[in-house]
Write a protein that binds this ligand. Structure first.
Ligand code: SF4
Length: 96
């Protein structure tokens, strides 16, 4: 089993075959701190698997790079927002 399967579990990863960034220099998607992400995001903009890519990065907690047209900071905001709307666990309280 490949590492990517261990991380992503049973999720369908075939979307990667349709990625707009296939053949593009990967360094474009991992810019130096403070460098522009504009070029990478422009590749993502027309990508047909942008949603799948973004979801993958969010659920695996990808810490670096541009995924689904978003930076880590932008993805972190989504993760935070999701955690705020996740239903809380209700603990049943019984009288003793
Ligand atoms: S959204 Fe961007 S990083 Fe993700 S597969 Fe498409 S081109 Fe690549």
């Amino acid at each position: 089993m490949e590492a990517i399967q261990l991380i992503f579990g049973e999720h369908d990863m075939t979307w990667q075959k349709r990625a707009n960034c296939m053949g593009v220099d990967p360094e474009l998607f991992y810019p130096e701190r403070g460098a522009s992400t504009k070029e990478a995001k422009s590749v993502c903009k027309g990508c047909v698997v942008r949603e799948e890519c973004l979801e993958y990065a969010i659920i695996t907690g990808e810490k670096f790079g541009i995924w689904g047209g978003m930076s880590e900071r932008e993805r972190r905001r989504i993760r935070r927002a999701r955690s705020l709307i996740r239903p809380r666990t209700v603990t049943k309280v019984t009288a003793s």
